[in-house]
Each structure stands twice: as C-alpha cells, then as structure tokens.
Design a protein around this ligand. Structure first.
Ligand SMILES: [Zn+2]
Ligand SMILES: [Zn+2]
Length: 372
C-alpha cells in the first residue's frame, strides 16, 4: 500500500490559535467515489481561520475549502468527471438526505460532520505526517495542499478556458454572497438591498444586486477602501458605519420606507440589529455572516407580523453548485461578475501572511497558489 501514497505539500493547522505550518505529507489514492485533484490554487475564507483557531475543531488538520485544480485520478465509481477536467471544489453534502433529494444540498442534514468533522463520513482519513495521521476532508477537500481528495459530488466541472488560478473562491464565499441575493432573497428589478459587511461575501452580494437590477444597493462597512470598491462594483450608496446612525441613514436614502432586502455578512450583534430595523413592510432580512454560538436575537414580533416581514438564515447562497458555479464563471467571462477585483494571490509559503491580511481587512479575498 505504501508505494501508492502521493507526496504532497500542505498547510497544516497543528493547534488552535497557532500558525499554519507548511509540511511534506503523504496522501492515499482516491476511494471508488473520490477524485484526486492537483490543486492549482485555493481561496481562503473566514471559515478556514475560524476552524484553525477553534478549540473544538479536530487538530492537526489540513484546511482549505475553496480549491481549484485539475482531476488527475478518478475512482472506479466516478461517473461525472474524467481525468483532465478542471474543477472547483465546493462544500460537501451527503446526496441522500431529504434536503439533498430536494435539490437543496446546502441544507444537507449531514453538512456539519461532512464539512467540519475532519474525516470522511465513515470517520476515516487519508493524510499522513511524520508524527502520525492528519485530519482531512475539511469541506470534503482540505485544499490548502498541492493535492486533494474530493467526492465527485463536491468537485464541480468548469470551463477549461476559465482562469483556474482565480476560480477557488467560487467554491464558497462568492456563491454564498451572490446566491443569497439571486437564489435566497430573489431580489428583483427596481428593488432595494442593503448589505452589511463588504468582505468577499458582501461584495459578491453587491455585484449580484447589480446583476439582478436592484435600483438601490447600499453597502455598509468600516473600511473606506472597501466602501470605495463596493461603489465601483455596483453599490449606489455607501455608509461608513463609524459615521452616525446607520439605520437613520438607510431610512433617509429610502425616503423613510426602509429596504426590501437586508443581508448581514458580518455576524456582529450591532449589524444584525440594524439589518432588522431597516426592513420595509414585506421586507426580508437574510443572515449569512454567522453568529456566536448560542447568540439570540430579540425581535419585535408585532412589527414582524403586521409588516409581513421575513427573517431567514442562509447557507452557501442556496446554491446547487453544479449549476450555479459555472453560471458565475460565465458571468465573470462576460465582465458582469468581476470577482477578480477582490482577489490577491499569495504563494503557499506565505499563507500566514495571507491569513493576517484577511483578518486585518487589507485583502478581501486571499487566494493561495500551490507550488507546481
Ligand atoms: Zn444530504
Ligand atoms: Zn467558506
């Protein structure tokens, strides 16, 4: 068996709060339902940094859940993919539960263990370090590595003429933001949308707002450079949350009516409270930014009912990845979804710098390029 092992280089999260450690590891070949992918580059999402630092996550582990690369081996049961296909790796889902069968894989009943369990569904792993096994299959991929194993379900075939090095963020952050606007909230022509937080998710939501013809797109953030970029990418208004009352400013922009849609991409109490307060009658507020464990919101139920308002959580932009990711790539090719404006590429050796620049807000979407 040992002669089948593949030499890989990967960024390992060894202990909560510690840095990524770039190491030489061995990877087992794909199982029958898996593909082996030579990773070209992988986006870095806040969920990677949360998982790196969370004491309740398995360690050591190879993280990375926005991989893009080339299929180099396919398991005997794989039907969707062939050797040589270009793929974007997205979140993992079981394919068998009620949500998966309904075509709503982002609400897979097994999504938490499959994405955060640090192993396959059966508990097995395939990555070996000098000091012993390393957890893998993070989001069914662990793509901060030169090679990764994915399921054929979460490896999405993409056009070969698309810029593979940039495509990784289409595995999670970008469809989350764009899908929230297009699939979940279904924002329409002439409607109004406010987006709290213009990181990669929020910026994708702003771009999607322009795509669907929203008339008023308000971006709220604390970083001037992000607000300026949000305006370039489609925001009709930008609010610096450090300057005055955000709710009052949104109300003023909308003539006192409030917005049809609000989207929180921050996960902070203050932004979530504002995202609720700015809703017009029949408005809908979506949450994609996460929330601290056990966080509760207080809602004026009379206000919610009499205005026919809706509040909902959103995971992965309600995307069906095999359809939505290629659609976003085509829109990018046409210049209508210019997500490359958010990306800065770092070499794998500089992954800790990328994490730092992501946390300080200097870089909106780091992409980690693998050594060839
Ligand atoms: Zn499922
Ligand atoms: Zn993510």
């Amino acid at each position: 068996m040992a002669h089948d092992l593949i030499d890989i280089t990967a960024a390992v999260s060894r202990e909560p709060g510690g840095p990524f450690s770039v190491e030489a590891l061995k990877l087992e070949p794909p199982r029958p339902d898996e593909v082996l992918v030579r990773v070209v580059a992988a986006g870095m999402c806040h969920t990677d940094l949360m998982a790196k630092d969370a004491p309740h996550m398995p360690h050591p582990m190879v993280l990375g859940h926005e991989g893009a690369g080339v299929v180099e081996q396919v398991g005997s049961a794989v039907r969707k993919l062939e050797v040589g296909d270009h793929v974007v790796l997205t979140f993992m889902f079981c394919g068998r539960c009620a949500s998966c069968l309904k075509g709503e894989p982002s609400y897979c009943e097994r999504i938490l263990p499959l994405c955060f369990g640090g192993a396959r569904e059966d508990g097995s792993t395939s990555t070996h370090g000098v000091a012993g096994p390393v957890h893998d299959h993070f989001f069914g991929q662990s793509s901060f590595a030169t090679w990764a194993l994915a399921s054929e379900r979460n490896a999405i075939k993409v056009a070969k003429d698309a810029p593979l090095e940039l495509l990784g963020p289409l595995g999670c952050g970008l469809p989350t933001g764009a899908g929230s606007v297009i699939n979940s909230l279904k924002v329409g022509v002439g409607q109004s949308l406010v987006v709290f937080g213009t990181g990669a998710v929020g910026m994708a939501a702003v771009m999607a707002g322009r795509l669907v013809g929203a008339a008023t797109i308000i971006a709220v953030d604390l970083v001037d450079s992000r607000l300026a970029l949000a305006r370039e990418l489609g925001a009709t208004h930008a609010i610096d949350a450090r300057s005055g009352d955000v709710v009052e400013q949104v109300m003023a922009i909308t003539g006192g009516r409030g917005v049809d849609f609000s989207l929180d991409a921050t996960g902070t109490d203050k932004a979530i409270a504002s995202a609720l307060q700015v809703l017009a009658v029949r408005g809908t507020c979506g949450f994609v930014g996460g929330a601290p464990p056990g966080a509760l919101a207080s809602l004026d139920l009379g206000w919610l009912m009499t205005g026919g308002r809706t509040v909902r959580g959103i995971l992965e932009g309600d995307a069906v990845p095999d359809q939505f990711i290629p659609a976003l790539i085509e829109l990018h090719r046409q210049g209508r979804f210019p997500f490359d404006r958010l990306v800065k590429v770092y070499d794998l050796a500089d992954i800790n710098q990328a994490a730092h620049d992501s946390e300080t807000g200097k870089t909106i979407k780091p992409v980690i390029r693998m050594p060839s």
